[in-house]
Design a protein. Structure first.
Length: 577
């Protein structure tokens, strides 16, 4: 004789034995105590959360002979017959296999018949599987059933139940159990049934159950039969983390380990898609995620790090694999190729892959930005390795003290009179002036002059264009002298001195002041230099007349003759004659 399964042996028989569904118990118990029972209920929720068990408890409560505080006694003839499944007051029907209109007509005929108890309870499991004609046949009786009839409809997918049926019922939603409560229940079952199992195996069993009491007890029974230990299995989180880290090796290793443990490639693909669906729902509609609270938090964090575009693309690619895998000669190879495609997005140029990469970069920039501090600029090169990196941690810009231009009377030594003004940059007292620069080394004046082209090249286009036309005359005692082509150029350049000063302070490790003089720009100087060189090349050396000789007679012709030779056949007419 086969041993009774643990989930059947420990099926709840009273409301106070129902785990994790206090809101359902409270509603049903108060309705029975106050004689306000409904004539139609809809129980929805994930598998293994107690929907059918609650329906049977409700049937016992409605027909119990010794009811006390909304709880059945469990000893009267009605309660005992319902427990053993021989009661005429309860009719259970599997709507998945009895989903035709004829089955509903037979149920309606039975509803009109009498019964021994006070109520006759019809339990329809998986009611979302009913056909459209069957739903239409049930509607009228569901809306106006006989007074002694109570309908209890159970489903794991309430969205598929038509709104006309849902509007005629009291909808109670069942939830998955929290991990700690489920673990306490497993420990109680182990102690009550005197099972031998390790504490680590219990933790593994609870994790495999995923909040479902029936799945957890089934996993517990298998673990006990295996000697109190649970075989190690690859978690689906390995695939999700491989998607997030873009690590194809990790994904392929997870596939290999799963297949080694006996997983079928098609079933494994379906499990990954189902897990990705939880990530998608946690981003779009968190209220539809049917997971324990602890697991829901993990899934939500994974979805945030992976991004909506990547999740949708992974579901689409793996969905196509599920279609093609039926005819594939090697299902595992097809799965592995799709996983490599999803984890190496840099090699893909389709729109979904590009959107996913952009979303990942934006998420990295936002995550690394301090909302209370200055804007950040990403580091493009890792100083330790010298390799370029994307999405790295951003470094804050250096806070620069307030700077104001001051007019002085210094001039260039080679261009204009001393009366023309120049502009010197001086520091204005500020609290930020006391801040220490990021660089601890203080550069010499010669080193600052050498680094000046790099500072100009690193500026924004406008600043770079202005200061590229400026000559660095000298750098001495922390003061840089710059030569600009005109007063207008000095005025425009002084508006952008703060950016140049900030960059120099970061590099030099000290505050740098500026002094402008009016002089020639690099471009004008180069043009004049090139023009002078051309003139020097074209000027011939002086000719000594003593070395010249007269040309022989007859060797030179007149201009008229040369013109006649240029136009053969022409005739020269002298108008003076």
């Amino acid at each position: 004789m086969a041993t009774q399964s643990l989930y059947r042996r420990y099926r709840p028989r009273r409301f106070d034995e129902l785990k994790g569904q206090d809101h359902v118990v409270r509603a049903l118990r108060n309705a029975v105590i106050n004689n306000r029972e409904g004539q139609a209920y809809l129980f929805s929720g994930p598998r293994g959360t107690g929907k059918t068990s609650t329906a049977r408890i409700l049937a016992k409560v409605l027909n119990c002979e010794n009811l006390k505080d909304g709880e059945p006694c469990g000893k009267c003839n009605s309660c005992v017959s319902i427990d053993v499944g021989s009661s005429y007051d309860v009719l259970e029907l599997d709507a998945a296999s009895n989903n035709g209109v004829d089955n509903m007509r037979d149920l309606i005929e039975r509803a009109a018949l009498g019964n021994p108890g006070r109520h006759r309870v019809f339990i329809l499991d998986e009611v979302h599987m009913l056909s459209k004609p069957a739903e239409a046949a049930l509607l009228k009786t569901l809306e106006e059933p006989p007074e002694h009839v109570v309908f209890v409809l159970a489903t794991t997918d309430p969205q598929k139940v038509s709104e006309t049926i849902r509007s005629r019922t009291q909808h109670l939603q069942f939830h998955l159990l929290p991990m700690q409560e489920l673990k306490d229940h497993v420990n109680w079952v182990v102690a009550d049934a005197k099972l031998v199992i390790s504490a680590d195996a219990i933790d593994r069993v609870v994790k495999l159950g995923g909040g479902s009491v029936r799945d957890t007890l089934s996993a517990l029974e298998l673990a006990v039969a295996s000697g109190g230990e649970v075989d190690e299995q690859i978690s689906l989180d390995e695939f999700i983390e491989a998607f997030i880290d873009h690590d194809p090796g990790r994904a392929l290793a997870a596939v290999g380990a799963s297949v080694q443990f006996g997983a079928d490639p098609r079933a494994l693909t379906e499990d990954i898609v189902r897990n990705l669906r939880d990530l998608f729902l946690s981003l779009m509609a968190p209220e539809l995620v049917q997971l324990p609270k602890e697991r829901a938090e993990i899934v939500s964090d994974q979805a945030r790090r992976m991004g909506a575009s990547s999740v949708v693309r992974a579901i689409e690619v793996l969905g196509e694999v599920l279609i093609e895998i039926r005819h594939a000669p090697d299902a595992r190879l097809l799965l592995e190729v799709s996983l490599v495609k999803l984890t190496r997005q840099n090699s893909n140029t389709d729109i979904a892959a590009l959107m996913s990469r952009i979303e990942r970069l934006e998420a990295g920039v936002v995550a690394n930005r301090d909302p209370t501090g200055p804007m950040t600029r990403p580091v493009l090169v890792d100083p330790n390795t010298g390799r370029a990196k994307l999405g790295g941690r951003a470094t804050p810009l250096v806070v620069v003290p307030n700077i104001a231009p001051v007019v002085t009377s210094a001039v260039s030594s080679n261009s204009k009179p001393a009366s023309e003004p120049t502009i010197t940059l001086a520091s204005v007292p500020d609290a930020a002036a006391n801040q220490k620069p990021e660089s601890t080394a203080v550069l010499s004046d010669d080193e600052i002059k050498r680094r000046w082209p790099d500072v100009v090249a690193a500026q924004k286009p406008m600043v770079r264009a202005l200061f590229s036309a400026v000559n660095l005359v000298d750098c001495r005692d922390g003061i840089i002298t710059l030569s600009a082509p005109s007063d207008m150029h000095i005025t425009k350049s002084s508006d952008h001195l703060e950016a140049i000063s900030s960059s120099l302070k970061t590099i030099a490790g000290k505050q740098i002041n500026f002094k402008f003089v009016v002089g020639e720009s690099k471009r004008n100087r180069n043009v004049k230099q090139n023009s002078a060189e051309l003139i020097d090349e074209e000027i011939e050396e002086p000719v000594d007349l003593s070395e010249t000789t007269k040309a022989p007679k007859g060797t030179r012709s007149s201009p008229i003759d040369e013109l006649a030779k240029a136009f053969p056949g022409s005739r020269i007419i002298d108008d003076k004659k």
